[in-house]
Design a protein around this ligand. Structure first.
Ligand SMILES: Nc1ncnc2c1ncn2[C@@H]1O[C@H](COP(=O)(O)OP(=O)(O)OP(=O)(O)O)[C@@H](O)[C@H]1O
Ligand SMILES: [Mg+2]
Length: 149
C-alpha cells in the first residue's frame, strides 16, 4: 500500500482528480499543498469534472473563492493572496467548511489554524517539467480508500 502517485501530464492529473472525486462526499475538505504551477488547479479541475461541474475551473486569483454548481456545490478556495487567516472570518470560511458542499483549498497553509480537523491533505511535488508526485495524507477522521491509487 502506498499513499503516493506520480503523473506525467496535466491530463493524467485531471484523470486522477476525476477518479478521486468518486470517493469524495459533500462536506469533505481537500487541501491542495504545492508550489506555484505544481498542479493544484489541475487536480481541482479533474475533481470538478468528476462532480459534473460545467463551468470553467480556474485559480480564483482575484477572489478567494469560486463557487461551482454541480450535483452538490463545490467551493474552490485559493488562499494565495490571503494576508492573514483572520480575513477568513469575514468571508464566513467556517460555514463553507461545515456546509453541504465539497471544499477544495489551494494554498491551505495560509489558513493557519482555521483548517478543519478532518480533511484530506494532498502534497504535490514538481519532479520534472511534466512529472508530479501526489502524496495523500488523511487527517483526523477522513476515510481513505487506498485502492483508488
Ligand atoms: N503531471 C502534471 N500534472 C499537472 N500539471 C502539469 C503536469 N505536467 C505539467 N503540468 C503543467 O503544470 C501547470 C500546473 O498548473 P496549475 O495551475 O494546476 O498549478 P497550481 O498549483 O494551481 O499553481 P498556482 O499556485 O499558481 O495556483 C500547468 O501548466 C500544467 O500544464
Ligand atoms: Mg492554482
Amino acid at each position: 500500500m502506498t499513499n503516493k502517485l506520480i503523473t506525467y501530464s496535466a491530463e493524467e492529473t485531471k484523470n486522477f482528480g476525476q477518479k478521486l472525486s468518486a470517493h469524495l462526499q459533500p462536506g469533505d475538505v481537500v487541501c491542495l499543498f504545492g508550489n506555484l504551477g505544481s498542479g493544484k488547479t489541475c487536480l481541482a479541475q479533474g475533481i470538478c469534472r468528476g462532480w459534473g461541474v460545467q463551468e470553467p475551473v480556474v485559480s480564483p486569483s482575484f477572489t478567494l473563492l469560486n463557487e461551482y454548481t454541480a450535483r452538490h456545490p463545490v467551493y474552490h478556495f485559493d488562499l494565495y493572496r490571503l494576508k492573514s487567516p483572520s480575513e477568513l472570518l469575514n468571508i464566513g470560511f467556517e460555514e463553507y467548511l461545515y456546509g453541504e458542499g465539497l471544499v477544495l483549498i489551494e494554498w491551505p497553509e495560509n489558513a493557519g489554524s482555521q483548517l478543519p480537523q478532518d480533511r484530506l491533505d494532498i502534497f504535490i511535488t514538481i519532479r520534472s517539467p511534466e512529472e508530479r508526485e501526489f502524496k495523500m495524507i488523511p487527517v483526523g477522521g477522513f476515510p481513505m480508500d487506498w485502492d483508488i491509487l
